[in-house]
Design a protein around this ligand. Structure first.
Ligand code: ATP
Length: 227
């Protein structure tokens, strides 16, 4: 179905060392459609970061299939997956990872410039979309923690990307800034995007349409999931 921007089917990922094999993600399936805010909740070590890495193509699944806007990640090599992150899927981590020597605007323009495009006008539009047009020319250290994460969201979406994946995006924020970030992601979803947010913050569960609980690498329950 075309409105399903993200499909994860029976995905597993294990890590082997000489001492043991840890299965970080076990037979996980989930889907997300345009407009949907998905929260993946779970304790530390439950497999959320591994799942984020698989969905964004930073890592590859041992088994199963992941489709992002109908593109099967398993058919892409590493450079094609990196390109998909520039054009189709954006990722936000707990730390904002902005380049300190660049302004907010320059940071947001980077994914477009990496594709050889002139990104400044579209970057400014994207900053306006996250409510930060008036601080576009500030350096990251001149922004609050919440503003820096919003710049990160703008950078993850610039170029008309519709799939946002976030790994504990509010982990370094106070509760007010956290709520503002979740409300921003909610508004972007209401505008047609899809967001998969891995978080153990209870606010994420409250504001999401669908909540998947991760435990020992498995998705145990889905509240509000489509049948
Ligand atoms: N590269 C790796 N090599 C070995 N084990 C790993 C690797 N990545 C993750 N693991 C293990 O897989 C399990 C799940 O880890 P993961 O980081 O995905 O969980 P998490 O829910 O994101 O936890 P946290 O919130 O603490 O980051 C853990 O037992 C972890 O030690």
């Amino acid at each position: 179905m075309t409105s399903r921007l993200l499909v994860v089917e029976n995905v597993s990922r294990s890590f082997a060392s000489t001492a043991e094999t840890v299965t970080a993600v076990r037979d996980v399936s989930l889907t997300a459609r345009a407009g949907e805010f998905v929260c993946v909740a779970g304790a530390s070590g439950s497999g959320k970061s591994t799942l984020v890495n698989l969905i964004t193509g930073l890592d590859t699944a041992d088994t199963g299939r992941i489709l992002v806007e109908q593109v099967d990640l398993g058919l892409l090599d590493e450079s094609a997956r990196a390109r998909l992150r520039l054009t189709t899927i954006g990722v936000v981590f707990q730390e904002h990872n902005l380049i300190e020597e660049f302004t907010a605007l320059e940071n947001v323009a980077l994914p477009l410039e990496a594709q050889g495009l002139d990104g400044r006008a579209r970057a400014l539009d994207q900053l306006a979309r996250v409510g930060l047009a008036d601080v576009a020319h500030r350096m990251p250290h001149q922004l609050s923690g919440g503003q820096r994460q919003r710049v990160g969201v703008a950078r993850a979406l610039v170029g008309d990307r519709r799939v946002l994946v976030a790994d504990e995006p509010t982990g370094a924020l106070d509760s007010r800034a956290a709520r503002e970030l979740f409300e921003l992601i909610r508004a972007l979803c209401d505008d047609g995007m899809v967001a998969v947010v891995c978080s153990h913050d209870p606010m994420c569960r409250e504001i999401a349409d669908t909540v998947y609980e991760m435990s020992d690498g498995r998705v145990r329950t889905a509240v509000g999931a489509p049948v």
